[in-house]
Design a protein around this ligand. Structure first.
Ligand SMILES: *Cc1c(COP(=O)(O)O)cnc(C)c1O
Length: 433
């Protein structure tokens, strides 16, 4: 399969190059030349298949031409060694719990898949070491670092803003050691991102080092997210609820929902999608006006969705050939402020006993507000509530149990290297690695 750029000045790129480069040279995002439709027989029997079997079928449609069957199967099975249960919450609403992976957030799926695919290409071609630079405000860093932990031929540098990530998040990438280095930047998340961007553009650095990024612009991180949409459908089918399915996705950079749109394009019978936003509702405004107007992000309690210029919007546009009418006919949008998110979380917990995290709360509320009687709604529960411990405990007025896996991280010794936000200092450091 070849990949083209959403800016249309680059095409015919191999999977390996698309994964290693991350972003196309014309600054566009890579898209596969074609999206295969899966056969009806697959959907007829999908409820009899395991998550890994379903995922492998989907992965084969995307990557089968470029990765040998056995290797691809291994990548899929290693990535998905945890369950993604569909839990009934109330009425016709289900939660797809995407948080049972190593860092308790859905980004584990893409992080692990990408690390193994990149590792596969490097090993196969005996390539020089690849350095992954990732700026994080919390969750991306932990998922990417844990995904890449111990993968040969790759070293990960996580840049995070000093004092601005939660202690739980911080310990998930500062205690790992091995091929993971945490860089504590004296600045904001934007400073971290600016350092990474400058590094990618610096000629001297790129002549010396192979640098790549691991955020959701990378095809190897974002495409595998389509796996669990199929699995959600399979689980609904098992309980005879697979008609008129509405998928609702708490969205920030729109990588997750775009993977869902790809799944639909492959034939998955989803009636429509809802993009749930916090106050950063640029997409909703696009749906309402037909104009895309990015603006600086506002900070909210669902902070993984504090994005003012969603990078995967370019992919959504491309998928629908730029047609606002087509986009608005398949996707609707909602936006909630912090008070509404807190109220949803509190009420849902009180009335159903189900504990949401602030991101999942946006998804749940969107279904409460928008689902019609004959529809079945699934929202993506993107993170474990304990990842947002203080926020969630304050809202419900109770202690939240911290899963063992998180507690293990918290026992580790924090190791990080302090950096200023000055690019020259960062560059000098990279020149010595
Ligand atoms: C990253 C993240 C999101 C947003 O996902 P996108 O793919 O960027 O739209 C939502 N919730 C949580 C918990 C996240 O970590």
């Amino acid at each position: 399969m070849k990949y083209y750029s959403t800016n249309k000045k680059v095409s015919g790129v191999s999977l390996k190059d698309a994964v290693v480069k991350g972003l196309a040279e014309d600054k566009g995002l890579f898209m596969p030349d074609s999206i295969k439709t899966l056969p009806q027989s697959f959907f007829d029997t999908i409820e009899t298949l395991s998550f890994q079997e379903i995922a492998y079928t989907v992965a084969d449609a995307f990557f089968g031409e470029d990765v040998e069957a056995e290797a691809l199967k291994k990548i899929v099975y290693e990535t998905l060694n945890f369950d993604v249960p569909l839990v009934h919450v109330d009425d016709n609403i289900y939660s797809l719990e995407l948080y049972h992976g190593p860092t308790l957030a859905f980004k584990d799926v893409g992080g692990r898949f990408m690390s193994r695919l990149l590792g596969y290409f490097i090993k196969k071609q005996n390539d020089t070491k690849v350095n992954v630079l990732v700026a994080t405000s919390g969750d991306t860093g932990s998922a990417v670092a844990n995904g890449f932990l111990g993968v040969e031929g790759i070293h990960v540098y996580v840049l995070y803003p000093k004092g601005l990530v939660s202690p739980i998040q911080e310990c998930q990438f500062t205690t790992l050691g091995q091929n993971i280095t945490a860089l504590e930047v004296d600045g904001t998340f934007d400073d971290c991102q600016a350092l990474v961007k400058s590094a990618f553009m610096d000629e001297e650095l790129n002549a010396k080092l192979k640098l790549t990024s691991a955020n959701s612009i990378n095809v190897a991180r974002f495409l595998p997210q389509s796996f669990y949409y199929f699995y959600a459908y399979a689980q609904l089918k098992k309980s005879d609820r697979a008609d008129n399915v509405v998928m609702c996705v708490p969205s920030g950079n729109f990588g997750n929902i775009t993977a869902g749109l790809f799944a639909k394009r492959m034939g998955l019978p989803v009636k429509r999608f809802i993009a749930a936003n916090n106050l950063n509702d640029i997409f909703l405004q696009y749906l309402q006006t037909g104009k895309y107007t990015p603006r600086p992000s506002i900070s909210t309690i669902a902070n993984a969705m504090d994005v003012g210029d969603p990078s995967n919007f370019a992919r959504v546009l491309d998928l629908y050939s730029g047609s606002h009418v087509s986009i608005a006919s398949e996707i609707s949008g909602v936006s909630y402020n912090d008070e509404q998110i807190a109220e949803t979380l509190r009420t849902c917990y009180k009335e159903t006993g189900y504990l949401l995290d602030p991101h999942g709360a946006c998804g749940y509320q969107a279904l409460k507000d928008r689902l019609t009687e004959n529809e079945t709604g699934v929202f993506m529960e993107t993170a474990h509530p304990a990842k947002f411990l203080e926020t969630v405990e304050t809202i419900i007025g109770e202690k939240v149990e911290i899963p063992m896996r998180l507690q293990e991280f918290m026992k580790g010794e924090k190791k990080s290297l302090a950096l200023s936000s000055d690019f020259e200092v960062f560059k000098r450091y990279l020149m010595t690695i």
